[in-house]
Design a protein around this ligand. Sequence first.
Ligand code: ADP
Ligand code: MG
Length: 699
Amino acid sequence: MEKFFTPDSLVVFGASLTNLNLGQIVLLNNRQIGYPGRLYGVGSQAGEINGIPVYTKVADVPEVPDVAIFLTPAQTVPALMEDCGQKGITHIVIESGGFSEYSHGDYTLEEEVLAVAAKYRMKVIGPNCVGTVHFDHKMMMPFAFFKDIPQGGRLSLISQSGGVGGSYLRAVAGYGVKPGKFAATGNKLQLDEVDFLDYFIKDPKTDVIALYLEGFKRGRAFFDQARACEKPIIVQKSNRYPESAKIAQSHTTALSGDDAVVGAALRQAAVIRVDDEMEFINAIRVVGLPLMKGRRVAVLSRSGGHAVLSADACAKYGFEMVPFPESFIEKLKTIYKTRVIAHQNPLDLGEIFDYTIFTTILEEALKLDLYDGVLFNHLYSADFEGAMSRTFLAGVEKLVAKYQKPVCLTMISDREEILDVQKTQPYPVFTSPAEAAAALHVSATYSERKSARNERGALYDFYFDQKTVEEIRRRSLVGNRTVLTDEALAVCKAAGLQPVKSLVIKGSQTPGRISLHYPVAVKLLSRDASHKSDIGGVAVNLRNRRELLEAIGGMKERLSLLPHPPAIDGFLVQEMAPAGIECFVGGRRDPAFGPVIVAGLGGIFVEIFKDTAIRLAPVTPIEAQGMLKDLAAWPLLAGARGRGPADCGALIDLICRVSALLDACPDIVEIDLNPVIVHPEGQGLSLVDARVFFPADRE
Ligand code: ADP
Ligand code: MG
């Protein structure tokens, strides 16, 4: 991978001697910014571009270049790559488009590229991308001119889109952020974001990694890497809605994927997810400061109005504006004697006009263990206070380093002044209390999620009876039918769960004395219907044998009258579970992220409020508990308004087991336990219904 960022020599295919075509731009750009390595072109005419030699065949290049860059039409690429292979070139960047994004399912060109790559063990970036940039090495593969080449940047950027990536490289510079390295992934035929993430995690010159993605190719691998990464990772993942999928498909062949799963995975791995360019830039800036380790904030404000705005913004993000202690107030009185409006948090600095006092008060606030961070509103006149404000900023930077707490500064002045400060001053400043509070929120959330991630505890010690699961799968395959409810419950049992006591009656049998305690429920077992109550296939609260027989008889009759009567494979008689809160726990396999576990309350909570918690499986008990706490309905489980708490421990155990089962048993495509009736604390839960799908027997 190193060669892609620090190549000693580059050869560009598709370099015209006469036209300023893309190939020529790449060569000229590198010459202009002072690329220290050797440059070569390959084109239809031999000659020179500004002293850069151009050949008609790569074989004529007098050395083996480290990287070959393609800007020739798609259909020419495989043959030219073959030439590169012969020459001994192992690193290829295909900037040309026109591969799968136009051929709609006809992947032959891409297959050819992959075949040549495999033959010569080549590493390939793209196609349809702009390649890499390494600022310190003064090397740029994109076909766009760059003038400012900052050195010493410690931000690495990965972008699926060259256009967005290029614009972000320029945009961050406007906020005083220096990018160090950049990689565009394009169609990710071979190398993808996971490869670059891996490289940047290990790169000693990268402190922060930011990604713009339209889709995850190997979501699970990304997740595993991100979860183990101590550097902050920021992701903007677009293509969130089905509507975007269409354009993204023709853009970089990205599939939109399930956005809820993406969100869950990023959160679980403590990746900072942002939605737009400004959030992207602000997140990059704020993680460059010490992290906010809690949510207690001190607000210092040169304007009363901005103090109020800050209080609103802080409240919105759940920050606690802890009152200043008496000792701090006493100190304030010794620092200045003028009228200060009120000694409260937010502190209105009112009529003070002395920059040393600002710095002293800020330092006193930072010293207090009561606060995890500071929001400072600096309202000033550019004409009179511009120079002082810059000195003040430098002082703030020192204090932040000394006390290891973030200070988010709101600079409120003329627009030109702010643009200049943002571009030229290394310390990040924000333009409104809302923006500054949002940045502190990113910092606090990141550190919370990072701790949660790093302290998630051990995975469940899990054993499951694989034989039983395989036998059930075999039976459904042989019978060419779905898994029946009793079998699905047996799968749960194989994972160590205890479904309610039950027995099966074959369709034609009349039950004799049953070994269950009344009251019981009876439900239809049918390969044609897994949603039983929808078709009248469930009867509950049957108090004796007579009621049970009547229920079965009535059910048979009603089912036979349906327009499409379902096959009757039998009936499941279950003991009635005692009352409790009906929850559901389900799992499925995401194409990119693998096994996913979902939990929530049953009934309207899930249907109307869409109140569910998602995590990638398997989960630890701490993560499972986190899922429950995420639910809007959590107070119901925790006990509220005179109701005692439910047996969350039992539910957590069940979530862990189902998640471990999904992970251990790739044959299970989907599993759905609904309802799981959770009883009061100490009384466990009752599992009364389950559905399990193996491949090829999805409904
Ligand atoms: P389906 O989901 O296929 O319609 P269920 O087996 O989930 O069928 O039953 C429907 C509802 O009946 C459940 O949500 C639950 O409220 C109730 N129920 C079913 N079996 C029992 C049982 N053994 N004890 C208590 N309630 C039950
Ligand atoms: Mg059900």
